[in-house]
Design a protein around this ligand. Structure first.
Ligand code: 5GP
Ligand code: ZN
Length: 113
């Protein structure tokens, strides 16, 4: 998906501040952080959003969450707390249509919605 910004970040065609990478996942700082820690964790393979998940996605989704857990620990926000968010489509607030998990923390976060 050459027109997908996150596919292009995963392919290192667009620069980003990468904090973790392996064969399947990449994590990088959000361009417009909403909290002192705001990291996006994405699968390298293109999936538009949670509507595109199947039984075959169980492992990759689990790995996204476990990577978020590890990055939260690394950033020192595990005990204070943090938020994991996946937005889906328009009313869910999704603006980039490549599955991503937001890891946000480092301050008191407000109510959802
Ligand atoms: P969404 O609203 O789709 O859940 O979140 C998309 C996120 O991607 C937003 O928080 C936005 O700031 C971030 N974003 C959009 N384009 C880029 C980019 O080119 N680089 C980085 N690092 N983040 C981006
Ligand atoms: Zn993509």
């Amino acid at each position: 998906m050459s027109d997908c910004v996150f596919c292009r970040i995963a392919a290192h065609e667009i620069p980003s501040k990468v904090v973790y990478e392996d064969d399947d996942l990449i994590a990088f700082h959000d361009l417009a952080p909403q909290a002192p820690v705001h990291i996006l964790i994405i699968p390298k393979a293109h999936i538009a959003n949670t509507n595109g998940l199947t039984d075959a996605s169980v492992e990759v989704v689990g790995r996204l969450v476990l990577r978020a857990q590890a990055l939260a620990e690394l950033r020192g926000i595990s005990d204070a707390g943090y938020r994991l968010v996946m937005n889906c489509n328009g009313e869910g607030g999704q603006t980039v249509f490549h599955l991503h998990l937001h890891l946000m923390g480092g301050r008191q976060l407000g109510a959802l919605g």
